[in-house]
Design a protein around this ligand. Structure first.
Ligand code: HEC
Length: 294
């Protein structure tokens, strides 16, 4: 029995001592494989974060003026833009926006059974320029611009690390309530267009981007340091590549998770309710058992 103890102690010390190393190694490795995607400060992050309505409104402006030239947003309906928890534009201006949308709803029939195109209204989806994927690819050099409704949910940030430290990072993210990987990726993508390194050959019709897996994609930089959207003076905020990217990312995060504000609020109410119930049950238990000697 005796000789085992020092050995056990050594093993435990060695394990504890090497824990910080895991993090260090994971970090060193990540600079080689996969792009480094920084975490951003979002108003809607963590357990209590909520959307910033003014930011969602600015973000929609960027989507409308830039992204809608190639991407649809078909799971969002015009009326959603006027609902609470989102950009909440006045309903009248959303109605006008739908009527002036550059793309028409097609595939419906008139009284005679002939296919027609019509202007969208409040209940219609926000569609992009292409009627189907074949048309989209034909116009975009073979590449398919994905619908952006769920893009923030569909992407995440991979944290390259060893299998034995992966679960520690996962536990940390659960503890801090981190779930903004998709938004961090999208922001990094929009601000990630750079000159390609000398040893990388960029394919024809492709663009170099540090955040995109594989680093080459067919989307030309939609916003850049010299071509960005400026906001109305009333917005009280200046347009820039960084600001545009942040705002449109927040807007697309809302598009993919429109009930986040209400969900988090309800979550806290439930926690409070459970806390009060627990205290009451504890007091009742003490009262009932106080009459019994034990
Ligand atoms: C000129 C057309 C065009 C415009 C404008 C445009 N995109 Fe794209 N986008 C594309 C194409 C084409 C692809 C597919 C790229 C590929 O597969 O290589 C794409 C792909 C994407 C992707 C998917 C990247 C991935 O991880 O797979 C995202 C996200 C995206 N675009 C966001 C945006 C946003 C946000 C805007 C507006 C700020 C925008 N795009 C404006 C053409 C465009």
């Amino acid at each position: 029995m005796k000789p085992v103890q020092p050995r056990l102690r050594f093993a435990v010390m060695a394990l504890l001592g090497s824990l910080p190393l895991f993090g260090g190694m994971a970090h060193a490795e990540s600079s080689h494989s996969g792009p480094e995607i920084a975490r951003q400060d979002w108003t809607f992050s963590g357990f209590t974060g909520q959307y910033d309505q003014a930011q969602l409104q600015r973000g929609f402006q960027i989507y409308q003026q830039v992204c809608a030239a190639c991407h649809g947003l078909k799971r969002v309906r015009f009326r959603n833009l006027a609902e609470p928890g989102g950009p909440q534009f006045p309903e009248e201006s959303v109605k006008a926006l739908a009527k002036a949308w550059p793309y028409q709803i097609s595939g419906e029939l008139d009284d005679q059974g002939n296919p027609i195109d019509r202007l969208p209204g409040l209940p219609d989806p926000i569609i992009g320029p292409y009627k189907n994927d074949v048309q989209a690819r034909a116009a975009q050099n073979g590449a398919l611009p994905p619908d952006l409704s769920l893009i923030v949910k569909a992407r995440n940030v991979e944290q390259p690390s060893h299998w034995y430290s992966q679960w520690l990072l996962m536990l940390r993210d659960i503890a801090i309530g981190y779930q903004e990987g998709g938004a961090d990726y999208l922001y990094a993508l929009l601000t990630g267009y750079h000159e390609a390194p000398a040893d990388v050959k960029v394919g024809e019709g492709m663009y170099y981007n540090v955040a995109f897996p594989g680093h080459q994609l067919a989307m030309p930089p939609p916003i850049s340091a010299d071509a960005f959207v400026d906001y109305q003076p009333e917005a009280g905020i200046k347009g820039s590549l960084d600001q545009n990217a942040r705002d449109v990312t927040a807007f697309l995060a809302w598009a993919g998770d429109p009930h986040l504000d209400a969900r988090k609020r309800l979550g806290w109410q439930v926690m409070l309710y459970l806390l009060i119930t627990t205290i009451l049950l504890y007091l009742v238990k003490r009262k009932i058992w106080s009459r019994i000697k034990h």
